[in-house]
Write a protein of this length. Structure first.
Length: 492
């Protein structure tokens, strides 16, 4: 295939050159109606390229199959059988993948470290989750992807499960043994979905963790906007093999997708594919070398420790890791990640990626250079030099793994849409949670609808909120009150 072309971008240029006059949405009519103050910020080119994908770029009467050509090129670039573009982020894509595998009241084996978008899919579809526990590091207070053995045990206990879903890489850059999980799924004729939102770059360099399609996954969901050059909300999902029908996946995506997709997002996805086919190895080679230098330089800053393979990669922990996710342990300086991130933003205008009670992280990509990394390093050195200005890390009461893992007592959908009440947090202990309570980032719910709340998790959420933890999907972000089901747990 000719990867020097970019069908969406080429069609956009042709459309503009033909001087079309639209009497259709968008109402700004290529920017003519946009407020000049908005155009001054966003630029005329953005409005000029914002058009209908239907009755504009590629409609049913003049269609040249532009989007299909772009998707076919993307599939060829990464070795998938089929690729679908999404302008609604991987949050939509992963829901479509789930719906293509399991329906209402059917079982799906799911790693409990799943993103909140997966939980949303369970709620909307009425799927019955069979949870697989992640591999918990009690010293670092960190969850790594579940082991293949845990997935095998789940299938042995629930042979009627329709398939499995694993998150890899996690937001912390740690990876599952996808090949082994895919193999045990395929032994049973079951498909494997991989939520690889953080892995858009993985196909383009052999030193990066093996990407899901190469490892045998059936469906892989990727956020190009996270680690690639896509615009926000730019996502692709890939399919291979015959365990999931392409028509079924397409229909599920159509069920959820917008009828007004953004040509801007399509064009960025298309251009990113061309960029990576032509220059991806070189770009990732530079990014990896830069990450090694940055990690070594941070390790030389007194009090800071960069989590590396010795921390993350071992039996009972992660199978692999992506070194572009640079996680910095702050135990040696005794202030919290929440306060460190705030300080860096306030004093150096540096926005860090993840922050928690003991870590901060910097996400590196092919877009970084010596200027950006030196600014990061200067900020971190200054942070440590002003450590006495930051308060001591507050006591976030992180439970042990047994207490952190709540018991699912009803379907997520039934608890979420059932009769609920808002009660003080102390009164929620022993009650069925009716909302997602998700420390963000990384966006993995600590409690979700249908789980039985215990004292340890409630104390964790309340102490975390007091320390600066963001819980954006809670009705009460302070975690002083929690939405619970009005119904008690069944006697059985």
């Amino acid at each position: 295939m000719d990867h020097s072309t970019a069908p969406v971008l080429d069609a956009l240029v042709a459309y503009q050159a033909q001087d079309h006059l639209p009497f259709t949405p968008p109402g700004h009519k290529q920017g003519r109606g946009a407020d000049p103050r908005v155009r001054a910020v966003l630029g005329d080119a953005l409005f000029d390229a914002d058009m209908l994908a239907v009755s504009g770029l590629d409609d049913r009467t003049t269609s040249q199959g532009i989007l299909k050509k772009a998707e076919a090129l993307m599939a060829d670039a990464v070795g998938a059988d089929h690729t679908f573009f999404s302008t609604c982020g991987s949050s939509l894509s992963v829901k479509a993948a789930m719906l293509s595998v399991a329906g209402p009241h059917e079982k799906l084996v799911v790693g409990r470290d799943a993103h909140k978008s997966v939980i949303s899919g369970l709620i909307l579809a009425g799927i019955r989750p069979v949870w697989v526990d992640p591999q918990w590091d009690p010293d670092l207070h960190l969850a790594h992807p579940p082991s293949p053995e845990a997935f095998r045990a789940a299938f042995e206990e629930h042979p009627d499960a329709r398939g499995a879903l694993v998150t890899s890489p996690t937001p912390y850059g740690t990876c599952a043994d996808i090949a082994a999980i895919a193999a045990l799924c395929h032994e049973r004729g079951k498909p494997l979905i991989v939520d690889e939102a953080w892995g858009a770059h993985l196909p383009f360099h052999p030193e990066l963790p093996t990407w899901a399609m190469d490892a045998g996954a059936d469906v892989c969901v990727t956020s190009v906007h996270k680690m690639g050059s896509g615009l926000e909300q730019g996502s692709v999902f890939h399919l291979q093999g015959d365990l999931v029908e392409v028509q079924t996946l397409a229909s599920c995506a159509d069920l959820l997708d917008t009828t007004s997709p953004s040509v801007l997002i399509y064009a960025a996805l298309d251009g990113w594919r061309r960029q990576m086919v032509e220059h991806g190895h070189e770009l990732m080679e530079g990014a990896l070398e830069r990450a090694r230098r940055v990690r070594a330089a941070i390790e030389d800053i007194q009090g800071l420790h960069v989590n590396d393979r010795d921390d993350f990669y071992a039996p009972g922990r992660a199978f692999d890791m992506d070194i572009l996710q640079v996680f910095i342990d702050l135990s040696g300086v005794e202030f919290s990640g929440y306060d460190a991130a705030d300080w860096m933003r306030r004093h150096h205008r540096i926005n860090l990626h993840t922050s928690d009670h003991r870590r901060i992280s910097a996400q590196l990509t092919h877009a970084d250079d010596e200027t950006t990394t030196e600014r990061l390093l200067d900020g971190l050195r200054d942070l440590v030099a002003h450590a006495d200005e930051l308060p001591p890390a507050p006591d976030v009461r992180v439970p042990d793994p047994g207490s952190l893992r709540l018991r699912q007592v009803t379907l997520p959908r039934d608890a979420f849409f059932g009769e609920v009440e808002q009660v003080p947090a102390d009164s929620a202990v022993g009650r069925i949670c009716a909302e997602m309570l998700t420390p963000y980032p990384p966006g993995v719910p600590a409690a979700l609808p249908g789980e039985l709340l215990d004292r340890a998790v409630v104390d964790y959420l309340r102490s975390g909120a007091d320390a600066g933890m963001l819980i954006p999907d809670a009705a009460d972000g302070s975690a002083d009150t929690i939405r619970v089901s009005v119904h008690d747990v069944d006697a059985d």
